[in-house]
Design a binder for this molecule. Structure first.
Ligand code: CMC
Length: 428
């Protein structure tokens, strides 16, 4: 075996598999020719050991708790940057100069409005529809409005789609929420910056001005930075899978929203709050931990564990520090925070959680902050979707700039019936 190949042998075949090196992280074994050389496929349910693409956007080292966007550590971006600057960074690969950022912000601001017909479309939903359902459907519906600029092969049209999605996502998200509570939809106020504008669309009523605490906008901006991208997570992989078929960017991102919704992924922030409310009191925490360890209970501690982070989630560390600050500055005392802290303490010293390397993840704390900002629980995953749009569309664009990109088409281990002959109904 030479140093840049791995050999794989069975009784009949021998294959030399090349190693693919990135700039950081372990080398990957290139198995593209494996079937041709050996007649075997590989089996990796959940893609735990499979790189599906090359990407230059985000790097994670799960053992060391490292998260880099375009090379920049998340801790530095969280402290010094803004969500919109991070969105630019993810899309363009470099931090913007003042003029570049000004132009980007102008473009995003220019595209915040939604077509009035989308409003009618939202009004077709049942009054108690979940905002994620409305967001997913309305983002998919954008493809019906922009089909004249949906040429995936044109870099300018791809960029326009990215700007539209980043700009309109908060408008649609706020509209979905307001419809669900019977408030009139609030149009974007383009004299405000991105996050403040969103909070106004969410909370401002026509009858009185909104006195927004700047701490709320700052906290939300930070959460958006932390959620903006996370390399090949389930929803981003979904966006890429759908994108690989040549589907338009709005349909691809709508698929990402659907994937994000699940409680094992972005839906966990909503599930954490529900779980904390069910536990109800710090004195019930030990019982909840015992239940989570019992496989027959079917109960997991929401907000614990991560496919990639096995020592700590760097985003959770940042949010944890921020949670107390935000609650203090907003003057919120929340009994659920006591439950959360007790749960965190109990799980961190429990043998099961230690041996399974289960630590609080980003979603464990984000819900507590959203709650302090008076964002309703049903909107938690929507908040995640607004932020992750920057990452989804950066990946979608990167995929379309990759020359050797192919349609995503996994193989399977077939376990069904072997070939048999059709039997007429009268003989069954
Ligand atoms: N509570 C109790 N046990 C758990 C938990 C949990 N939260 N998570 C994993 N385990 C156990 C699991 O039962 C299994 O045990 P064993 O090996 O003894 O059978 C072991 O840990 C490995 O679990 P897994 O399901 O194979 O791990 P995974 O990498 O496939 O799943 C996960 C990762 C995040 C889906 C999972 O940890 C989980 O369901 N966590 C709760 C949901 C959650 O907080 N999701 C948000 C993830 S972070 C943000 C995001 O991605 O959107």
């Amino acid at each position: 075996m030479s140093s840049n190949t791995v050999s794989l042998n069975d009784a009949e075949h021998s294959a030399q598999l090349p190693l693919v090196e990135g700039t950081l992280g372990p080398a990957c074994i290139d198995i593209a020719e494996l079937y041709k050389d050996t007649g075997h496929f590989t089996y990796d349910p959940g893609f735990a050991a499979t790189a599906a693409c090359k990407s230059a956007i985000t790097y994670i080292d799960g053992d060391k708790g490292v998260l880099l966007y375009r090379g920049y550590p998340i801790e530095q971006l969280a402290e010094k940057s803004s969500f919109l600057e991070v969105a630019y960074l993810l899309l363009e690969g470099e931090l913007p100069g003042a003029a570049q950022f000004g132009a980007f912000e102008d473009q995003v601001t220019h595209h915040t409005m939604m077509h009035e017909a989308v409003k009618n479309f939202l009004h077709g939903f049942h009054y108690d529809a979940h905002p994620m359902a409305m967001l997913c459907a309305s983002i998919a519906s954008l493809s019906a409005f922009y089909h004249d600029t949906n040429d995936n092969g044109d870099p300018a049209q791809r960029k326009l789609a990215a700007i539209r999605l980043i700009a309109k996502m908060p408008t649609l998200a706020a509209a979905a929420y307001r419809y669900s509570i019977g408030w009139p939809i609030r149009y974007p106020r383009n004299n405000l910056e991105y996050v403040t504008r969103f909070l106004h669309m969410l909370f401002e009523v026509p009858s009185e001005p909104l006195n927004l605490n700047p701490v709320a906008a700052k906290a939300l901006d930070l959460l958006f930075i932390l959620h903006a991208d996370h390399e090949q997570n389930a929803s981003t992989s979904t966006v890429r899978m759908v994108g690989s078929t040549g589907a338009n960017p709005y349909a691809s991102v709508a698929a990402g929203i659907a994937a994000l919704w699940g409680p094992a992924h972005g839906g966990a922030n909503e599930a954490v709050l529900k779980m904390l409310a069910e536990i109800g009191d710090a004195k019930n925490v030990d019982k909840a931990v015992a239940r989570a360890k019992d496989k027959d209970s079917g109960f997991r501690l929401m907000g614990f564990g991560h496919r990639v982070y096995k020592n700590f989630d760097p985003r959770a560390k940042i949010i944890r520090e921020m949670t107390h600050k935000v609650l203090g500055e907003l003057g919120v005392s929340d009994p659920l925070l006591d439950v959360a802290l007790k749960l965190e303490e109990a799980a961190l010293k429990d043998d099961y959680f230690i041996s399974h390397k289960l630590y609080p993840n980003v979603d464990f704390y984000s819900g507590i902050i959203y709650k302090a900002l008076k964002i309703p629980t049903s909107m938690f995953t929507v908040m995640f979707a607004i932020a992750r749009t920057a990452g989804w569309i950066a990946h979608w664009i990167e995929q379309h700039e990759t020359r050797d990109a192919r349609i995503g088409r996994p193989r399977q281990v077939y376990t069904g019936a072997v070939q048999r002959d059709y039997v007429g109904m009268e003989k069954r």
